[in-house]
Design a binder for this molecule. Structure first.
Ligand SMILES: Cc1cc2nc3c(=O)[nH]c(=O)nc-3n(C[C@H](O)[C@H](O)[C@H](O)COP(=O)(O)OP(=O)(O)OC[C@H]3O[C@@H](n4cnc5c(N)ncnc54)[C@H](O)[C@@H]3O)c2cc1C
Length: 301
């Protein structure tokens, strides 16, 4: 029996662990993939305060090390279900069941991938899912943005400020984002739209050098020589297992208030898995602190 079980060892979960341990609560963090979460995919982080530049792996090591040094337990386990009865949470994993008086969901979200061969291998070496994070590395270069919704348009606008050329490749024959964003983008001289097309293949050995796009109507293929490809075709939160105990919005994110609470007393949420505007390391850490302190207040009530 723990005071707090934290599901997910990304920046949100690890910050929550730190705050909960400082309040002397017993804490276990359950992680199914990589200790450190999504940041481990980022070769360079330049927007985390205190570090001019740090690799995702190094920051992850620091976050994990600090949580362990504070006395948090961290286990490799996939949470498959949760239940709550008489104020006790039962957290089932692929191996066993854990119990606690409070739970913090910090499961993050995944960027939707194109599903191409070598996409994982070239992520961080030309392929990115975040212009805010990686756009500055492509100043003066040529990039493609894949997608035509609001996030793709925002990324394309941001990239067109510094890049020599930005292709926007959209599978439909029109853009689906807001009219205001579309008109801003259409004004930009260095932006070219390619409609009705999908990415078929990736070129480059260790770094992305080009992409092959295919027109879905004609089947015609074309190579675009690009230094970077930003995939902005949506994100997928994985919160289905919590839906009995936490309200999910129409896109599957956990709906919560400013204190990171949910509809179930004792169940809190932090980081990218929650409904919010900005998904970054700093905002995930902020949520982790808020959720942990709210959980401590709940336990001390
Ligand atoms: C390539 C890339 C580059 C990025 N670069 C930057 C950057 O430069 N600056 C910046 O601020 N942000 C960057 N981001 C965004 C940043 O990584 C995220 O905003 C941040 O990691 C969110 O933290 P989190 O803890 O909420 O979620 P995550 O980091 O996603 O961590 C959630 C963890 O929960 C685990 N999990 C999920 N479900 C379960 C389950 N059922 N059981 C157990 N564990 C589970 C996952 O495996 C994961 O490790 C980048 C993202 C990517 C993908």
């Amino acid at each position: 029996m723990y005071d707090i079980i934290i599901i997910g060892a990304g920046p949100a979960g690890l910050t929550a662990a730190l705050y909960a341990r400082r309040a002397d609560k017993s804490v276990i963090v359950l992680e199914r993939g990589t200790f450190g979460g999504q940041i481990t995919y980022s070769p360079n982080i330049e927007n985390y305060p205190g570090y001019e530049k740090i690799s995702g792996n190094e920051l992850a090591e620091k976050l994990v090390g600090q949580a362990i040094a504070m006395g948090a337990e961290i286990e490799m386990a996939e949470v498959t279900a949760i239940n709550c009865k008489d104020g006790v949470f039962y957290v089932a994993t692929d191996e066993c069941e854990y119990m606690s008086h409070a739970v913090i969901i910090a499961t993050g979200s995944k960027h939707r991938h194109l599903g191409l061969d070598r996409e994982e291998e070239l992520t961080g070496n030309g392929i990115s899912y975040c212009a805010v994070c990686d756009g500055a590395f492509y100043n003066g270069k040529t990039v493609a943005v894949i997608g035509g919704g609001n996030s793709a348009l925002v990324e394309a606008i941001m990239l067109s400020d510094g890049c020599r050329k930005v292709y926007v490749v959209q599978n439909l024959d029109y853009l689906t984002g807001e009219e205001k964003l579309i008109s801003v983008l259409k004004e930009r001289k260095n932006v070219e739209f390619i409609f009705g097309s999908v990415v078929d293949d990736l070129h480059g050995d260790n770094e992305l050098e080009g992409i092959i796009i295919r027109n879905e109507a004609t089947g015609e293929k074309q190579r675009l020589d690009v230094d970077g490809m930003f995939v902005a075709i949506g994100q997928i939160p994985e919160n289905e297992i919590f839906k009995e105990f936490a309200e999910l919005d129409e896109r599957g994110y956990v709906d919560s208030d400013e204190n990171c609470t949910t509809k179930t007393p004792g169940l809190f949420v932090a980081g990218d898995c929650r409904k919010k505007q900005i998904r970054q390391i700093t905002t995930a850490c902020g949520d982790g602190a808020v959720a942990a302190l709210a959980a401590c207040r709940y336990l001390d009530r």
